[in-house]
Design a protein around this ligand. Sequence first.
Ligand code: PLP
Length: 355
Amino acid sequence: MSYPQLVIDRVAISENAAGIVSRCNKAGIAVAGVTKGVSAQPDLARIMKEAGCVWLADSRLANIRRLREAAVEGPFLLLRIPMPQEIPELFDLADMTLVSMAETIDLLDRHGRDSSREIGTIVMIDLGDLREGFWPDEIEAVAEAYRRAPRVRCCGIGVNFGCFGGVLPTASNLSRLVVIARELERYLGTKMQIFSGGATSSLALLEKGELPEEINQLRIGEAILLGSDVTGNRLIPWLRQDTMTFEAQIVEVRCKPSVPIGIIGADAFGNVPVFEDRGKRLRAIVASGRQDIRPEGLVPQLPGAEILGASSDHLLLDVEDCHPSLKLGDIISFRVDYGAMMAATTSRYVEVKVF
Ligand SMILES: *Cc1c(COP(=O)(O)O)cnc(C)c1O
């Protein structure tokens, strides 16, 4: 066993995925299981598929490659609009990609002609979050791009919320997506198969019965992996939050003053730290830092323990109020948020264990 490690409970993930799939399927919605939050850990991707996710989706081709190499079955959807340089790889690895530029559709078609292959696409529309997406008044130009790109199939339309602007999905902005889809169908003379209505944050609308009935796909990562919805600022009550813990080992325990001694410059990351004088306190150092996790996204599970700060390789905790007292070699475990989960599964210093 080697620390630090991220310990993931396969039963909890499986229950979350199955719960989401069952709710979505009742409303005629297929789930794309999003694996990027765990760097496409193959066991977890397999659990998503077994629970009934129709698609596996990731923002990076390197992650989709990891899944293919582990013999996980697709189909695979690339969630990040592709780089021009990765288009050949995209055709090799993914079945479908999101698009938001007419030039990208042109480039996809060119590669399709050169390699005698086709690729599926979902047209992303920006409904106010201001990350990726065509502007709603560009639909005629979108249709033109598809008309000159016979190797690129227009399979559907999609939208993303809550990523840059923090904009929430609503019945009203999703109805606009449907109206825009109808307009694109008119220009193209074909029907859209996929109406992709967002991510975890769209589950709140599903629960309230406010998703437009045309929406037939959601792309879900956070809710499966953590049972939470950070954009909607809630723990999802019908899902499990006890899906994973980050565990790290104590390398020093000592009573120290709570205010540094000397002239204060800046910490290792250029911030000027501020300290409250609480007298001498028992403090522990665990062998983990910013090369392993996002310290701000950790919550110690040990009552009384409080995170004081972190450098690249050390995490400092106040453990004065922990009983029994901690000692060298003890393991401290933490709950993680999305950012900490992502960092831990990306770091080559963290062992990811799915049990
Ligand atoms: C990350 C991502 C998702 C999944 O988001 P969650 O909030 O984790 O469910 C869906 N769609 C796109 C385009 C993404 O980049």
